[in-house]
Each structure stands twice: as structure tokens, then as C-alpha cells.
Design a protein around this ligand. Structure first.
Ligand SMILES: [Ca+2]
Ligand SMILES: [Ca+2]
Length: 325
């Protein structure tokens, strides 16, 4: 009798593991093959051999790029080299990248930059906020950008007990930002288990010096985050759920869900087109190839554009209001 119970339990556990692994392969688009596309206006930008994780473009056309991310379970091309922030002027005919100098008081040796976001103050000063993972922790670094000197002056390191496994931020005030947490656990084995079991325990956090709070939760792995042109909606990419969430921003910084758009690809960082309000998303077509990196058969990537989800969201809100009237 005892043996029967043990065998039954073992069978149930094996069945659960099997079902979870199949579901995880599906969530990773593990069978997806990438068809190369000829892009006549696409050029390789030299100097970013250690990868480019996130990009943020100023209205002037100057773009910041974070490079050299070391992330658990992901390929890394320069383990011994610290990360850097590069600048690129998109107004140039053949844009090139230039590494920005960082002020000496900042610990550059442990710099591990991830998501970035810019904020332009009323006096036109440009601030760059960078998610950093020094010694496997999560901090947000605030820099002042000095355009003439092509340099970043480090102003502040922001830490908080809720700022864990931070992926990306969107800065909406001199000291106010939303941040995404991409994993609940910090131990690598537990992160793998969390993904396979599809625990949706990650969240979006609001940070200000006076108040820090979780404003949206239930994401498999909250990743890229940005804001609509009218600053009324926040867009959040859930990379494992392959979707983008539209959330309404309230005066007290709370967020409420409006809609979710499935993209069928693993959505990473987001950017909003300054002219149309459309969302541009950097995506991973096959995450399994990313985890099991093979230079002979690279994972590839794709860019997806979604027409202004903000205006779609407004339409839906109108529809909901009309339905209830
Ligand atoms: Ca970003
Ligand atoms: Ca990201």
C-alpha cells in the first residue's frame, strides 16, 4: 500500500514536471526559427561588441546605449570588462558610438548597466538613470549628462528593499520613477524554477524619496517599461507571457490595468515613437536559443511595432464607459 502511494505521488510529480517543461518550451518559442530579412538601411554599428541592452533617445537625436550587461543565465562576451554607456548622434549620416566618461567618484569597475531612462528637467538639464547590478545587486544610478564634455557626472545611488532584480525604469520626475522587477527569486536555481513553474510574482514599483510602493503585479517577468506621449499610460512588457500591458497612471502614481496585447514573441525593451506614439519593441523570437547560446546558430532578434496602444486604450475606455451608461 505504501509503495503504491509513493509510486502514485512520483507519477503525479513527474507528470507535473513534464507538463511544466512542455509549457516552458512553448513560452520560450523553442521551436521558432528566425527567417533572416534583408534590411537595406540596416548597418552594423561598430564598437558595441559587448552587447547593447537598452537605448534611450533624446528629442535632439542623441541616443544613450547601455552595454556590457552580465545577467545570470545569459551569454556574456566580456566577463572581465565593466559595462559602459555609449552615446550616438542619430543626426549624423553614419552614426558612430562613443563611450561616455564617467566621473571618478563612481565605482566603474563593478558597473553592470541594464535598463536606462532619461529625464529632462525644466532648466533643460539632461539626467540619465541607469539600472545597475554591481556585485549581483540592484541599484538605480542617477547621472547628469554633460553634452560638451561627452561625460556623465554621478549624482546618486538609489537603493531600496523593494528594488530587487530590477530590469528597466521609466523616469517621470526628478526623483520619481517606475521600475520593473523581472524575477522574484535571486538564486539562479530558484529563478529557473520560478520560470518553469510560471509563478507570476514579479511587479512594477513606483519610487520617490517619500514613497515606494508596488503599483502593478502578476507578471511572469516584467521587463521593458515606458510611458505614452501624453504621459497618461504606462506600457510594461511581460517577456515570458509574450505581451505588453497598458496601465492607466493616476495622480497618486497608482496604476490600473487597461488592456493586454499578445505579441507572440518574447518582448524585452520598449520605446515610444515621438511622432506617432506607436510602440517599438525589441523582442527575442526564441528564448531557448538565448539560454543555450550557440554562436554557430545565434538566437536572432526582432523588432515589433504596435500602433499607438494609448489611443487604442482610450478607445477601449470610451467603449467601456459607453457600455456602462
Ligand atoms: Ca528603458
Ligand atoms: Ca530589458
Amino acid at each position: 500500500m505504501g509503495k503504491l502511494v509513493v509510486l502514485t505521488l512520483l507519477g503525479a510529480v513527474l507528470a507535473l514536471i513534464g507538463e511544466r517543461l512542455v509549457a516552458f518550451r512553448r513560452a520560450c518559442n523553442a521551436s521558432q526559427e528566425v527567417e533572416p530579412v534583408e534590411l537595406p538601411n540596416c548597418h552594423l554599428i561598430e564598437g558595441l561588441e559587448n552587447g547593447s541592452e537598452d537605448i534611450d533617445i533624446l528629442p535632439s537625436g542623441l541616443a544613450f546605449i547601455s552595454s556590457g550587461l552580465k545577467y545570470p543565465g545569459m551569454p556574456n562576451f566580456a566577463l572581465d570588462e565593466p559595462g559602459q554607456i555609449f552615446l550616438m548622434d542619430l543626426n549624423e549620416q553614419n552614426p558612430r558610438v562613443q563611450a561616455l566618461n564617467i566621473s571618478d567618484d563612481f565605482d566603474k569597475a563593478s558597473f553592470n548597466p541594464h535598463g536606462i531612462s532619461t529625464f529632462i528637467d525644466k532648466d533643460h538639464t539632461v539626467y540619465l538613470y541607469v539600472v545597475n547590478h554591481p556585485h549581483k545587486k540592484s541599484t538605480v544610478e542617477k547621472f547628469k549628462f554633460e553634452e560638451e564634455k561627452r561625460s556623465l557626472i554621478h549624482l546618486k545611488t538609489i537603493t531600496h528593499e523593494l528594488l530587487i532584480s530590477v530590469n528597466d525604469i521609466v523616469v517621470l520626475g526628478p526623483e520619481q520613477f517606475y521600475a520593473t522587477r523581472d524575477h522574484y527569486f535571486t538564486n539562479f536555481f530558484m529563478i529557473v524554477l520560478e520560470m518553469i513553474m510560471d509563478l507570476r510574482w514579479t511587479y512594477v514599483l513606483f519610487y520617490s524619496p517619500r514613497e515606494v510602493k508596488v503599483v502593478a503585479e502578476g507578471f511572469g517577468s516584467a521587463n521593458g517599461i515606458t510611458v505614452s506621449l501624453d504621459q497618461k499610460y504606462i506600457y510594461v512588457a511581460d517577456v515570458l507571457a509574450q505581451n505588453i500591458h497598458v496601465l492607466k497612471k493616476h495622480d497618486n502614481w497608482d496604476l490600473t490595468p487597461v488592456k493586454v496585447t499578445q505579441l507572440g514573441t518574447l518582448v524585452d525593451n520598449l520605446a515610444v515613437d515621438p511622432d506617432t506614439g506607436d510602440i517599438w519593441a525589441g523582442c527575442h523570437p526564441n528564448a531557448m536559443k538565448l539560454f543555450l547560446y550557440n554562436a554557430e546558430d545565434p538566437p536572432g532578434s526582432e523588432v515589433s511595432s504596435s500602433s499607438s496602444l494609448s489611443s487604442q486604450a482610450k478607445l477601449q475606455e470610451q467603449f467601456v464607459e459607453e457600455t456602462w451608461e
